[in-house]
Structure formats: C-alpha cells, structure tokens
Design a protein around this ligand. Sequence first.
Ligand SMILES: [Fe+2]
Ligand SMILES: [Fe+2]
Length: 321
Amino acid sequence: MTTAQSAAARRVTYQLETLWDYDYVPTHDELATLYETAKKNQWNGSTAIDWSRPVGTEGPVLNVQMAFQGTEFYGKLTDEEKKEVEIRVSAWRLSQFLHGEQGALVVCGQLVNSIPELDAKLYASTQVVDEGRHVEVFERYVKKLHKIYPVDPLLKALLDEILATNIWELKLLGMQMIVEGLAIAAFNLMRKQTGDPTLADLLDYVLQDEGRHVNFGYFALRRSIPTMEASRRELLEDFTFRACDQMYARDERTGFQSVKSVWREMGWDGDAVWRDAIANSPTTKAFNSFLFRDNLMPRLERLGLISERIAPRYRELGLLT
Ligand SMILES: [Fe+2]
Ligand SMILES: [Fe+2]
C-alpha cells in the first residue's frame, strides 16, 4: 500500500437518521416516470460492453495534450513519452471517476434510509444498483488500462462531508447535483474526445444512467428548497460555494492536485507542470469555466441556491457576472 492510499481514511463515522414512510402516498409524477425508466433501462456491465478488445491502443484514451498546448516541454517529448503520459493521466482521471462512483454508491445507499418519501426511496434503490454497475465497469477499465491511482484528498474530503451529514438535502445536492452534474459534463466531453471504443461504449451506458440521477436530485430539491428554513438553506448555499471554490481549478491552491503524482512519475517537476497545465493554460481554464460557469451555475440558480447573500462571492471567483 502506498502512503497516499493509507492516508485516505477507510472509515467515516456518522449518525444517520432512518425515516419510515407509512403513508404510501406518491409525491410527484416525475419520480414515478424516472423509476419506471430506471427499471426498464438496466444493463449488465459484463455483457453490454465487449471487454475482449485491447484498451488504450486505438486513438487517444483521453485528450491529455490539450492541457499542455503552448507549453515548451511537451513539444520536445518523443511519441513514446507522449503516449506514456496519455495513459498515466487518463488512468489517474478515470481513477478519480471510479472513486466518485464508489462515493455515489455509498451515498445512495444512505439516501434509501434518510430521504423521507417512499417513492423517492424506491427510485434511490435503483440508483444504488446503477452506481454499483458504474463502479464495476470503471474498475475493470482502469485496471485494464494501467492501474488505479489513489483518491484525490479534495474529492475524498468532499465525499466524506456528504456522507457524514444528517441533512438529506445536502446529500442530494452534494452528490446528485454537484458531483454528478460535473461528472456528466466531463463524461460528455470525454465521450467526444476518446478514440478508444471500449471507453466510448462504457461512457454511453453510464451517461444514460447519470441523466436520471441528476434529474432525481433536481426534482427533489426543487420541491424542498422553496419551503426550507432560512438557516438550512444558507447551510446548503455555503456548502455549494465552498465545493465550487475548492474544485474550480484556477491556481496553485485549488483543484485536484494529486495529478502531480503522475507528473512526478514521469520525472517532471510536479509544481511547475501544475502551473503550466492548470494555472497558466488557457485550454484548462476554458474547460473549467465550461464545467462550472456554463454547466453547474445555471442549475444552481434555477434551484434558488445563488442568493443575494452568496452571489458576490461567486462573482469574486469569476463564476457569475
Ligand atoms: Fe454513476
Ligand atoms: Fe450517478
């Protein structure tokens, strides 16, 4: 076990409230439709995807070189070195999605307990199965491609906070809206860029499911936020802002910094490459702005989570005009 793996705690302790619903009264039609679609569209990760193909050999796995555009050293690398960095960085990125999928699996298991209405519990039960399947296919792919990298400390801290809270709205907001909302946008882009047929198939299947998951969070929160106590809503607003502030990679303090371990494996100066490929790269900036500003912010605004109280802080980050 590496130091980084042992540093990420395997145990999170919390007290979780379980709610029964003896009313058996459906809450809203959208949920019933989602539940039906979820039951109909189940797929089997071991047979839906053809695993007999070699992976990482056709086309780029992920577009890694985009982040290096304009840097001096990348142009000097040999083709073999470029392929090596593509495989390693792709495995690192996909490992973070794999850990995120495991996070979704365990959070969704909690939602079956903590969400108040029975029809929402039933829907959440289908998402548990979906997430189990996502863990299965990502694990299989990453192991076949290269190796599983440790969970990024920032991602781990965020997932642990979502697990440890007793507030079900915060679990839905953190997982279904923020983590899964960002993942869908990234998956769509990865799907367009990948030249690897196995990864393309995997993403097509996973994206089908993730669309439902974000809708589930959105429908439930849209019903609960308008009638929520002010203090509870402020807590959701503050959590959301903090998650955006930390994950919106734009300088030496923010973003998933554990990618530096890959660059060190390549024999490069991790901090210097971070500055080139993240802090000073126009393509990375454009990508992060697409993820947060164009994709996440409009949804948060529609949910009423960008209040006058919190809006100035988003403006400081450049996520709001
Ligand atoms: Fe998932
Ligand atoms: Fe999901």
